[in-house]
Design a protein around this ligand. Structure first.
Ligand code: NA7
Length: 536
C-alpha cells in the first residue's frame, strides 16, 4: 500500500505544478492520472482545431523564469498538440514523470478520523494513504454527453470533443453532424468542414465569437515580450481582471475606464481596436461591461453587426446572432473562420432551439420530422463544469459525510479551496474559486504556493489537520452569490451558473470579486493564524 504526505489527483497544468512545488518542499508525493500521459484538458481535447484562447505567452507557467524564457511558442495561440508538447517538456525538465502513476483513476477518497489520513482507492483496486489530498481534477474535465433518445440505434461513428481519440479522425467524404455551438464546436467546425463531404451543425444557442487572429509568432515580438516577462506576470496578477492583458501584441496596462464615462465615438473606437487585437480582448475594453446593462448591450450590438458582416446569407446570419443573454456572461469564443464556414456550400445550420432533436435513428437524427442522414456525429456538448470531476469521485469526510450530498444545493467551499468536514482536502482551480474567470495556470500556481507555505507552517508548528469553519464557508458562499447578483451573470444559462446541465442547482460556480481581492483574502487568512480555518 502506498503511503505519502501528499497525493495529487490529476496531471494537468495544476497537478504538475503541485507535484513539482510540493515535492521541492520536501514532501513525499504521488500524482495519479487517469490518462496515459500528462496534460489534463490538453490530453483529452484533441478535437480538430483545439487551441487555447488566451495568448500562449500568458497561458503558460511563470514559476520558472528559465522555463518561460527558453520555451518558444510557434503561434500566438498554441494548438492542442503544442500545449501537450510543452507540458511534456515541463514534466521531463523537472523530472516529474517518476512520481506520476498513469492510467489510474482515483475512484474514492475517504477520511479516516482515527488516523487523520486520507485513504484513496484507485481504478486498479489499489489503496493509497495520504495526509494531504490535492484535487487538481480540472474544472472542464467531466464531459457532458446528453442522453439523446434513440442514440443506441445510431450505427455511425460518435465523437465527444472532450474525449477525442488519440489517432487522427478522418472525415473525408463523410456526412458529419456537430451538436453544440460553444467554444469547442466553434473551433472544430471550420476544420471539419474542410474535410467532410457535408457538415450539418445543430445549434441550440448561438455564441458570441470574435476572430482570434491567430498566426505564427514573430521572433521580434517574442523577444520583446520576454524582455519584460517578469513585469508582464506582475501586471497579470495585480491588474488584469482575467489574468491576461496583451493587446495588439503590446503589454498594455489594463484599463480603469468605465463605459459610462466614455462617449459613443470613444466606445466604438475602443471596441474596434480590441476587435482588431482579436480573441478575448473585448473583455478588457471597459470595467463595467458585466455590471452595466447599457454597456453590455452596446458591446453585444457591436459584435452582432460583426457577425452579420461575416455571413453572406442574411437568413443564416440572423440564426447565428445571439440574443436574449448578455455578452460575456457565457465565455466569449475566439475563432478562426467560424462564421465564414457557413458561407460554404457543404455546411448547413439547423436551429434546434424551438424544435429540439427528436431522436437518433440508425442512419442519422430527426429534427421536426426531418431526417438528417449522418455518417458521424460530433458531440460538442460541453462539460459538467466546476463540480463534475469531483462529483465523480466518492469523497467522504468526517463521519462518512459525502461531498456530493453536502453539495446537493451547490458547492460549499471556503475560498473555493476547502470544505468544512473534509480536513486536508484541497481543490486547485476549484468550484467557487476564480478558475473559470481568471487565467487558471496562474491561479493554480498561486494556490499551490500558498499550500506549500501552509504545509510548512503546519509542519513547523506540529499542527494539523486543517479545514475551514462552517461559518467561513457560509460567508464565502454568500459573498459569491452577492457579487454575482450585482452582475449580469445570473441572466445567462451558462456553465458558470450550472445551468448547462439539467437538474444541476443554479448557483454561481465562480468567484467574481477579482484576483487581487481573492489573493488578499488568502494571504490575510494565513497571516492571521489561518483565520476562517480550524487547525488541529
Ligand atoms: P459549452 O460552451 O458548454 O458548449 C456546449 C454546447 O453544446 C452549447 O452550444 C450547448 O447549447 C450545446 N448543448 C449542450 N447540451 C445540448 C443538448 N442537449 N442539445 C443541444 N445542444 C446542446 O462547451 P464547450 O466544450 O464548447 O466549451 C467549454 C469551455 O471550454 C469554454 O467555455 C472555454 O472556456 C473552453 P446551450 O448553450 O446549452 O443551449
Amino acid at each position: 500500500m502506498g503511503d505519502f504526505d501528499v497525493v495529487v489527483v490529476g496531471a494537468g497544468f495544476a497537478g504538475l505544478y503541485a507535484l513539482h512545488h510540493l515535492r521541492q518542499r520536501g514532501h513525499s508525493i504521488r500524482c495519479f492520472e487517469a490518462a496515459s500521459g500528462v496534460g489534463g484538458t490538453w490530453y483529452w481535447n484533441r478535437y480538430p482545431g483545439a487551441r487555447v484562447d488566451v495568448e500562449s505567452h500568458e497561458y503558460s507557467y511563470s514559476f520558472s523564469e528559465e522555463l518561460q524564457q527558453e520555451w518558444v511558442w510557434s503561434e500566438k495561440y498554441a494548438a492542442q498538440a503544442e500545449l501537450l508538447r510543452y507540458l511534456n517538456h515541463v514534466t521531463d525538465r523537472f523530472d516529474l514523470r517518476r512520481d506520476i502513476q498513469f492510467d489510474t483513476r482515483i475512484t474514492a477518497a475517504h477520511y479516516d478520523e482515527a488516523t487523520g489520513r486520507w485513504r484513496l482507492t484507485t481504478s486498479r483496486g489499489e489503496t493509497v494513504l495520504a495526509t494531504y489530498c490535492v484535487m487538481a481534477t480540472g474544472f472542464l474535465s467531466a464531459p457532458n454527453k446528453p442522453p439523446f433518445k434513440g442514440l443506441e440505434k445510431f450505427t455511425g461513428r460518435q465523437f465527444l470533443t472532450g474525449q477525442w481519440p488519440q489517432e487522427k479522425v478522418d472525415f473525408t467524404g463523410r456526412r458529419v453532424g456537430v451538436i453544440g455551438t460553444g467554444s469547442s464546436a466553434i473551433q472544430s467546425i471550420p476544420v471539419i468542414a474542410e474535410e467532410a463531404a457535408q457538415l450539418t451543425v445543430f445549434q441550440r444557442t448561438p455564441a458570441f465569437s470574435i476572430p482570434a487572429r491567430n498566426g505564427p509568432l514573430d521572433p521580434v515580438q517574442d523577444r520583446k515580450i520576454k524582455a519584460r516577462y517578469r513585469e508582464l506576470r506582475e501586471m497579470e496578477h495585480e491588474l488584469a481582471p482575467g489574468g491576461f492583458l496583451l493587446t495588439l501584441g503590446e503589454i498594455e496596462t489594463p484599463t480603469q475606464k468605465s463605459f459610462a464615462k466614455s462617449t459613443p465615438e470613444q466606445r466604438r473606437a475602443e471596441f474596434e481596436r480590441r476587435y482588431r487585437s482579436g480573441g478575448l480582448n473585448l473583455y478588457l475594453a471597459y470595467t463595467d461591461l458585466l455590471v452595466n446593462q447599457e454597456a453590455n448591450d452596446d458591446l453585444a450590438d457591436f459584435v452582432r453587426d460583426k457577425i452579420r458582416e461575416r455571413v453572406k446569407d442574411p437568413v443564416v446570419a440572423e440564426k447565428l446572432v445571439p440574443r436574449g443573454w448578455p455578452i460575456l456572461t457565457k465565455r466569449l469564443c475566439a475563432d478562426t473562420n467560424y462564421y465564414e464556414t457557413y458561407n460554404r456550400d457543404n455546411v448547413t445550420l439547423v436551429d434546434i432551439k424551438n424544435t429540439p432533436i427528436e431522436e437518433f435513428t440508425a442512419t442519422g437524427l430527426r429534427v421536426g420530422g426531418v431526417d438528417y442522414p449522418l455518417d458521424d456525429v460530433v458531440f460538442a456538448t460541453g462539460f459538467d463544469a466546476m463540480t463534475g470531476a469531483l462529483d465523480r469521485i466518492d469523497i467522504r469526510g468526517r463521519g462518512g459525510k459525502r461531498l456530493k450530498e453536502y453539495w446537493e444545493a451547490g458547492p460549499r467551499t471556503f475560498l473555493g479551496f476547502m470544505t468544512a468536514g473534509f480536513p486536508n482536502l484541497f481543490y486547485i482551480d476549484g468550484p467557487s474559486s476564480l478558475g473559470a474567470v481568471f487565467q487558471p495556470v496562474l491561479l493554480s500556481q498561486f494556490q499551490v504556493n500558498w499550500l506549500g507555505d501552509c504545509f510548512d507552517w503546519l509542519r513547523a508548528e506540529g499542527r494539523g489537520p486543517i479545514e475551514p469553519t462552517v461559518e467561513a464557508e457560509d460567508a464565502w458562499i454568500r459573498l459569491c452569490a452577492e457579487i454575482a447578483d450585482a452582475t449580469l451573470f445570473p441572466q445567462a444559462n451558462s456553465w458558470y451558473m450550472g445551468a448547462n446541465i439539467p437538474g444541476k442547482p443554479r448557483v454561481i460556480l465562480t468567484y467574481l470579486g477579482g484576483f487581487p481581492d481573492y489573493r488578499r483574502r488568502f494571504l490575510e487568512a494565513a497571516a492571521d493564524g489561518y483565520f476562517g480555518f480550524m487547525v488541529g
